[in-house]
Each structure stands twice: as structure tokens, then as C-alpha cells.
Write a new protein. Sequence first.
Length: 246
Amino acid sequence: MAKRSSRTASARSPEGKVEPLFGPGWHPLGVERDSAREQSYLRKVRPQSDNQRALMEAMERHNLTLALGPAGTGKTYLAITAAVEALEAGKVGRIVLTRPAIEAGESLGFLPGDLEDKLAPYLRPLYDALNERIGGKRVRQLIAEGAIEIAPVAYMRGRTLNNAFIVIDEAQNCTYGQIKMLLTRLGWHSTMVLTGDPDQSDLLDGLSGLSEIARRLERVAEVAVIRLDDCDIVRHPLVAGMLTVL
């Protein structure tokens, strides 16, 4: 069983306040901001904290990894990075990305267009992460070839996902039953990563199944449960500061 929840002493001041992990000029892709985005996939993504390193190692060694932590800790980005690297290396035949179609505290009402158009706003974060890793042109090509599939959770029922790298994003917005259904989609020669922030569920109180699922799976030796915290936040430094008081 892999479990990680340590806090590095250097990441906090004596007063316990969060301090920046990165110095001036740091960029999440490891390239200059004006560099061509289409070439970002050539750069090696490196962990920026011990917990991120533990997550990357867990995804490489385990068929099922759960990554729990607050917004901005790189859960989704690192999971999609691992998926892209596995696909490019020929370790899997396809990438399957899924997340629940839940509105974050507001009603979007009627959305025009066909079913794909209606689901696009919910799946946009996954497209954004892919675009940053391999560029929009390459993403469109792989989707057209069927090598990348992006779909809401409801589309996963009844399937067995073999020879695939599966990323389940925003799992805090899934019920216990939905997460159980998703986990049992894992097929032969596949890797699954489930990400989420238990403290940011858009479901009614008590409906999210993420925390309970993680607690139970921590007892399974073949499953890695990695817990990131505010010391691992890699977004704007202000995000870490806000999360300590919000």
C-alpha cells in the first residue's frame, strides 16, 4: 500500500503560513511563457514537491492510483501527463478521460447544439490539460483516430476498458455508487487514476463518495492513495494563501 501525506518543513514559515514553492521565472511547463505551446510535449514534466513525486511514482507502479488534494496541486495535470507519456511510449493503446457533468453551484440552463456541444463545457478542463501537454492539433488528431476519448461519467457504465490509461477527474462530484462503478471498469493492461478534492464537492452534503472510497482502498496493497496538501499547490502563489483562510 502506497500512502503519502507528508509536509515538508521548508514549505512553511515558523508561523505556519504557506510560502511559495517556486522562485521567480518558474513556469509549470518548464518552458518560457512565449515558447510555442505545440512543442510543450517535448519537455519533461518534473514534480515540484515530494507529494507530487510520490504521485508520479505511484502512477508508474500501480494499476490504480487515487490522488486527493486541494485545487492547484497538479492532480489532473500530472495524471494526464502520465497518460500521454504512456500512450506515446506504446504502453497503452488509448487514453480515456472522464469527469461528472455537474454544474459548480449554478444552473447553466438550456445549452444549444447537439449532445457533444452540450457536454463540452463540462469536459473543457480535460481538453485544456491535453492542449498544454501535446498541443491542440495533436489532440484533435488523436481524438479523430480514437486514441483519446473524453466522455462524462454516465457514458462509462457497462464498459470494460482494456489496454487503456483512464483518468477520472473531479471524483468528489461522484457518489459512492458512481465511483464504485468507475473503478470496476478497469480492464487488462490498463492503468486508472482517480483525482479529486474531498473539500470541494458540488453535491449535497454526504453524497460524495470520494473520502469513503479512499479510506477503504488504503487497506488494499495494490492500490496507491496519495494525499496532496496546500504545500503542493503550483498555481498562482495567491491560491495557496487563500486556501489557508477560506
